[in-house]
Design a protein around this ligand. Structure first.
Ligand code: ADP
Ligand code: MG
Length: 346
């Protein structure tokens, strides 16, 4: 009896074994490996940089190291406080020889300064130094009106002369100094993304340089990255007032809470209005979304200076950006396409 029933079951076992085999084979052929993200945190360009990357062709570890190396290269080349950097030499000697890459960065800075009517102006450094925002160790204080007027006489992007033929950047006036603090982080992020795509086109992840963020492809190859916009009225770093979803591109937030000091009950922060010489007063937070991180970085600073009553806000969407401005009273003003990024499903 037992033998008989055993013979009856055997064909079913074969069929089941073949079916399991087919399922395993199918899984091996069609399943995509889940990306493994690696995080690395380092300090560069005066801020904390957090990279979170997953490789497809090369290991995630290789990618995060590429990111750190690239940031370090950009820092050493453009930081105004690093002896021997292009900016250090330019500020000291009034002229410097540049390569193609630096020429692009200087030209971009000047072009965007012109485009924003000088709201973004890389020659703000004499003012930045006066307020003590050039270095975390500098003394922070409210300068006198006379000191501000004196510093203002050196602030104008038109004092920057770019000589493409001789590959040289120079100042047209003694005493001019520049600071690429409102563009360098975004620029570095774009370069890192470019390098990563070169070595691993299917890599994904993000780079966050103190509120300037670059996104490289969807999370786990299918999900958008969730980016919280910090509440500028809250002391809590993690308190968000809005959420956007991105699978690519750049986003930057400039806030009055990043670097500031309080004197006689008044808050003085690090984004200066190149027209008045004082911290810009008509915004407390500006978030800009763009296809690349450099434009997002520049415009987050420029729109902060131009403030919430800026009549040209919508006009700037012609340059590929969308923006959300928070006024000092908490009012929200945004460009027509900003809301699109609040949609989860892309
Ligand atoms: P964060 O550095 O906090 O991300 P921003 O991107 O807005 O903020 O850049 C602010 C930095 O840019 C300042 O620390 C200063 O070095 C420089 N900066 C300040 N005001 C201006 C301005 N109006 N135009 C260009 N650069 C500026
Ligand atoms: Mg900026």
């Amino acid at each position: 009896m037992r033998k008989k029933s055993g013979r009856g079951i055997r064909p079913y076992l074969y069929i089941a074994a073949i079916a399991v085999g087919i399922i395993i084979l199918g899984w091996l052929i069609f399943s995509k490996p889940v990306p493994v993200y690696q995080e690395k945190i380092f300090s560069s360009l005066g801020t904390v940089v957090r990279v979170n990357l997953a490789g497809d062709k090369v290991s995630s570890e290789v990618l995060v190291n590429i990111a750190e190396k690239e940031f370090s290269r950009i820092h050493n080349k453009y930081s105004p406080n690093t002896e021997g950097s292009l900016i250090y030499i330019l500020n000291e000697k009034g002229k410097v020889k540049v390569d193609e890459e630096a020429l692009f960065l200087f030209q971009s800075a000047v072009n965007y300064a012109a485009l924003t009517g000088g709201a973004f102006d890389p020659t703000v450094r004499p003012l930045i130094k006066l307020w003590g925002f050039d270095d975390e160790f500098s003394t922070k204080r409210v300068p006198t009106q006379e000191e501000i007027n004196q510093a203002l006489s050196y602030v104008n992007y038109r004092f920057i002369n770019i000589d493409k033929e001789n590959m040289e950047v120079s100042f047209l006036k003694d005493g001019v100094e520049i600071d690429l603090g409102a563009i360098a982080k975004g620029y570095a992020i774009d370069l890192v993304i470019q390098r990563i795509r070169e070595v691993d086109p299917k890599a994904s992840g993000f780079i966050d340089a103190g509120g300037d963020i670059g996104i490289i492809g969807p999370k786990f190859k299918e999900l958008p990255w969730v980016i919280g916009i910090r509440d500028p009225f809250s002391q809590d770093y993690f308190s968000a007032i809005d959420t956007i979803y991105l699978t690519n591109g750049g986003v930057a937030t400039s806030g009055d809470y990043e670097r500031y000091f309080i004197s006689e009950g008044i808050k003085y922060h690090h984004i200066l209005d190149p027209k008045t010489g004082y911290p810009a007063r008509d915004a407390v937070s500006v978030t800009v979304i763009s296809e690349n991180a450099m434009t997002a970085d520049i415009f987050s600073t420029a729109l902060f200076v131009l403030g919430y009553e800026n009549p040209a806000l919508e006009y700037f969407t012609n340059f590929g950006i969308q923006a959300l401005i928070i006024s000092p009273t908490g009012e929200r003003i945004e460009t027509s396409g900003f809301n699109y990024f609040r949609e989860k499903i892309k």
